[in-house]
Each structure stands twice: as structure tokens, then as C-alpha cells.
Design a protein around this ligand. Structure first.
Ligand code: DHB
Length: 542
């Protein structure tokens, strides 16, 4: 069956267009997403042997204009495959489906993408459900699924202050990656995935941990199993995601082919193929969740909270900070570039010297003389000398100002965060996932311990587990990690620990902080596209 309709869309990507503020509305905590099917429907579906065979002919031909980061327009004709269910036994096909975009002509020249890298771009935000089923072209996926918030607006990126866990889709910045990748001649695969709020008619949550990562792995397996039918080089899959999507992107890279997921993948009828990927792009990953409360207090403990204008309970903050010190010591990480052992005591110096000052320096160096002068006049905590910015950690914290979250930031005593919901199970919407959170529960639970399935769920969701406790040889070896310096959705050490661990393992890590940028920023998407060419060795047309 051939669908050939030529549609024309114009998509304009301005320079730096991604460094923006919220474009998507807040999604209320625990809001119920509507779904078209429930988990009970899975037993009635009959997987056929060829259910997972991609039909190379079932595309629509679309045309779009992509403005690159230099401001140049490119006319791109591409083939678009829509809403392909990637598992044989879907629990909810609205989410367990992917779209494929393959460029065939760029600026009037035919392109052959049959051996191009594959950008595997999820649009998960807030651990919420994400669907591509209603997209009308590349970059159109997002949270909420059918009828959900459109998140493909390429000029937007998410930066959404709000209460704990009150999060947004982050598809905006990713749409930029996707469009630029297409215009560079790469194949783009956009998978949907189940998310934490999905509930069936029996009141059971079927999108909580580990559903999203299981789905993304199943989608990778589907792409691999269809080698030669889906254009592109299945050995050069590069994952991308932002925030919760960045966490899942890192996890996908860290946990490639881990047997830990086998039973979950079998349950949904995933293709029998490898789910290891070549490289990872992760923007502001909200990960290492069971250690994130301590890391958060270590980082932002003294800052006032956005919602109240006051500092959080300092007893709780101090408890959590000491938990972080222990955790950090247990990791036995060495800071990059010969910094030596990383501890709770020297991590401030490490962040300042290794990431924050270079970030500010780069930002200031790119300003005009007068622009720089006026920035420095407003930000007197920065010393600018010999083309270099220096400042103290304490002054940096004051500069960032109010922290976004209360305490504990992730495993809230009142079970109110998105992460509490992410670790929900069965008919229980929200659960504790740390001993400290469970012990201090304020919701009247009689059991003050985490449930017995939680430790395994945490391992299934945490890239650090696959890099530290069970070092996975099948992990990605190329990593692009980015974080805004003003992002207090999690601690700055979360990305830095991930990067240090990968570096210590000998992987290729490209990790920068974007100066003065908030949550979801992606201010160098063109560099990411170039990096993909570098690490994959791909040259279009060669
Ligand atoms: C996201 C943001 C958060 O603050 C969080 O706790 C989890 C996810 C997000 O934007 O995806």
C-alpha cells in the first residue's frame, strides 16, 4: 500500500531558538490521561509472525523547510511512516508506536539515507505518557497522546517552574534536533512510550516504572529487527531526550541488552533483537532518583524555595545532605581532567572549575564588548580577567536564586511528586522509593518501608546501576550531556556524576553546562548534529 501525498510545511528554526521559556502548559499531578485501550486488551491481541515487519512502502511523502543554526533554509523532502506499533502484544498502542522520517531530497539533491545514523528521539516529559500517533509529520509527538498537548513547536523548549513533579512535555527542543537531523540527511525515529498516569478500567497503573524504558527498548529492538527495511544504519542509533526523556535516553544507553528487562520485553512481544544503542544525547537528565534527594539538598539546600520564598526544613535538608556525602563516597569517582576523588566536600570546587566558570566564560566571550560590560555590571559576583570568568560557588547559588522544589525533592513525605507516581504499582498511584521517604511518610501509611519490588524497579530505572554496580559492556560509548546552569529541577551533580562515571570507564563524553539557561534548554543543537557525524563517521552521500 502506497500513500503518496505531498504536503508542504514550513518549519523555521531560528538561531538559539531553543533557549526559551515554557511553551507547554503544566500537567496536573496525577492527571489521568485518556487511553483508548487498557491492559486487559493485551491478552486478546494475537501476535502474528509478521506483526513486527516494517512495510517499506507505507509512507507519505512530505516536504518541509528547515532553517539551520546559521539561519540558512533547506528544503527537505522526506518519507514519513506514521504510528507503527512496535510490539506484538501492545498494552496500549497509542503509546507503543513510533514514527519514522527518512530524507530523500535536500535542497533539490537526492539523498540516500540507507546507511545514515538513526536519531532515536523520544519526547517523554515528566515521566508522563508520550504518543506520536497523531503527529502529522516529523517532530509532532508529545505528551498526553491523542488530544494531548502539542509539543512539536520547534522554537520552544520547556522551562517550566512549578510545584514538585508538576512537569511538562519537552518535545520542543527535541523537535529542533529532529529537524536538524533530517536536514543533515539522517533517519529520524520518534518512539512513543507509556507513562506514569495511564490507568486501565480496573484502576491499575500500567505506565509506571519500568514501562517507559521497556517501551523504548522494544522500539529499538523493532528498528534493529527491521534492518534493511527501515532505512538507516541500525548499528548507529543515537538516542535523544530531555529531562525525564534525558534520563530514559541515558538509561537506554547504559543498559543496552541487559537481561534485567527480558521478562518485561517478552510480556509485550518485543522483537527478538539487540536493544544496545551506539550513542546518547541527554539534556538535563532527571535521573539517579533514589539518590537525587540528597544531591538536591547538597546543591540547593540553602536556597529559598520558589513556591514559598523560604528555606526548606533544615533538619530534613541536613539529613539528606549527609546521605549524599555517603553516597558520593561510595561511588569512588574521580573528577575529569585529573581532578582526583570527588567528594561532597570538594564537589563545589569541581563544578565551579570544571563546568560553571568555563560555561560563563564561553557565554561572556561571545557577547559584544558592551553586552559583556553590562552583564558584568549586573552580575558583580563574576570576576572577568584575561578573558576568563571566575566566581565562588556560594555566589553562584545566590545568582541562581530560588530552588524549584521543596524537600525531599523527589520522594516527598506526602507522596506528591511525579516520581512517587512513577514508582506507583497496581492500583496504588504513588509510592515511596527511598527508606528515608518511607520512614517519614505523612500520608498515614502503616508500613514505613519501601515495598519489596522497589529495589529492582530502581535498578531498572537508573543508568548509574548499569554503570557502577553492574558495569555493562554493551553500553553506549559516546555521550552528549547538557544542562542549564539555572536548572534546579535536580542537582547539578546528577549529570556530573553520570559524566564522571562514564569518563572513568573510558567512554567518550561531551558534557557542557549552558550558562544561565533553565530546564529543558538546548542551545547548541547544530553542534549535536555535527557530533553525531563525528562519532558515527558518517558523511552524507559517501
Ligand atoms: C521532569 C522535570 C522534573 O522536575 C522531574 O522531577 C521529572 C521530570 C521533566 O521535565 O521531564
Amino acid at each position: 500500500m502506497k500513500h503518496r501525498a505531498v504536503k508542504r510545511r514550513s518549519v523555521v528554526l531560528g538561531i538559539g531558538a531553543t533557549a526559551g521559556v515554557a511553551a507547554t502548559g503544566g500537567i496536573a499531578l496525577n492527571a489521568q490521561a485518556s487511553s483508548t485501550s487498557s491492559s486487559s486488551s493485551s491478552s486478546s491481541s494475537s501476535p502474528s509472525a509478521d506483526a513486527l515487519v516494517f512495510d517499506p512502502d507505507a509512507f507519505t511523502e512530505l516536504t518541509t523547510t528547515v532553517t539551520d543554526t546559521d539561519g540558512d533554509d533547506h528544503a527537505v523532502t522526506y518519507h514519513f511512516w506514521k504510528a507503527i506499533t512496535y510490539v506484538a502484544k501492545p498494552v496500549d498502542a497509542t503509546y507503543q508506536s513510533l514514527n519514522v522520517s527518512v530524507p530523500v531530497e535536500i535542497d533539490g539533491k537526492a539523498v540516500d539515507a540507507s546507511n545514515a545514523p538513526i536519531l532515536f528521539a523520544n519526547s517523554v516529559g515528566g515521566y508522563m505518557p508520550s504518543s506520536v500517533a497523531d503527529a502529522t509529520g516529523i517532530g509532532g509527538g508529545g505528551a498526553g497522546g491523542a488530544g494531548g498537548a502539542p509539543s512539536g513547536a520547534p522554537s520552544a523548549s520547556a522551562s517550566a517552574p512549578g510545584a514538585n513533579g508538576d512537569t511538562n512535555a519537552t518535545g520542543g527542543s527535541l523537535a529542533t534536533n529532529q529537524l536538524l537531523a533530517l536536514a543533515a540527511g539522517y533517519v529520524v525515529v520518534e518512539p512513543g512510550a507509556r507513562g506514569r498516569t495511564l490507568k486501565n478500567s480496573a484502576g491499575e497503573y500500567y505506565g509506571t516504572a519500568p514501562a517507559a524504558i521497556v517501551d523504548l527498548k522494544a522500539a529499538v529492538r523493532y528498528v534493529r529487527a527491521n534492518k534493511g527495511r527501515i532505512p538507516g544504519n541500525v548499528e548507529r542509533i543515537v538516542s535523544a531526550g530531555t529531562s525525564a526523556g534525558g534520563a530514559l535516553s541515558s538509561l537506554l544507553g547504559a543498559s543496552g541488552d541487559s537481561p534485567l528487562y527480558d521478562r518485561y520485553l517478552k510480556e509485550i512481544g518485543a522483537a527478538d533483537a539487540s536493544d544496545a544503542i551506539f550513542a546518547v544525547g541527554a539534556w538535563c537528565p532527571i535521573t539517579d532518583l533514589e539518590h537525587a534527594d540528597g544531591a538536591y539538598e547538597w546543591n540547593w539546600g540553602a536556597n529559598v524555595t520558589q513556591s514559598t520564598g523560604e528555606v526548606v526544613d533544615q533538619t530534613v535538608s541536613k539529613d539528606l545532605r549527609s546521605q549524599f556525602a555517603q553516597y558520593q563516597a561510595s561511588l569512588r569517582l574521580r573528577g575529569r581532567n585529573g581532578f582526583g576523588p570527588l567528594t561532597a566536600r570538594n564537589y563545589d570546587t569541581y563544578l565551579v572549575e570544571r563546568y560553571l566558570e568555563p560555561s560563563a566564560t564561553k557565554y561572556l566571550a561571545a557577547l559584544s564588548d558592551s553586552g559583556r560590560e553590562s552583564y558584568l555590571a549586573k552580575n558583580t559576583f563574576i570576576t572577568w580577567k584575561n578573558g576568563r570568568a571566575t566566581f565562588t560557588w556560594d555566589d553562584f547559588l545566590t545568582h541562581v536564586g530560588a530552588r524549584k522544589k521543596t524537600t525531599p525533592a523527589f520522594d516527598a513525605f506526602d507522596l506528591s511528586t511525579g516520581e512517587n507516581n512513577e514508582f506507583g504499582a497496581g492500583t496504588t498511584a504513588n509510592r515511596h522509593f527511598t527508606a528515608y521517604g518511607a520512614r517519614n511518610d505523612t500520608t498515614g501509611l502503616t508500613t514505613r518501608r519501601v515495598a519489596s519490588d522497589i529495589p529492582e524497579k530502581l535498578n531498572l530505572m537508573n543508568p548509574m546501576y548499569h554503570l557502577v554496580e553492574k558495569v555493562n559492556g554493551r553500553r553506549s560509548k559516546h555521550w552528549w550531556i547538557r544542562l542549564g546552569t539555572g536548572d534546579s529541577d535536580t542537582s547539578h551533580v546528577i549529570s556530573a556524576n553520570l559524566a564522571a562515571r562514564l569518563d572513568n570507564l573510558g567512554d567518550d563524553v561531551n558534557h557542557l553546562y549552558y550558562w544561565d539557561q533553565g530546564h529543558g534548554a538546548n542551545t547548541d543543537p547544530g553542534d549535536f548534529i555535527t557530533w553525531i557525524a563525528e562519532v558515527t563517521g558518517y558523511r552524507a552521500g559517501k
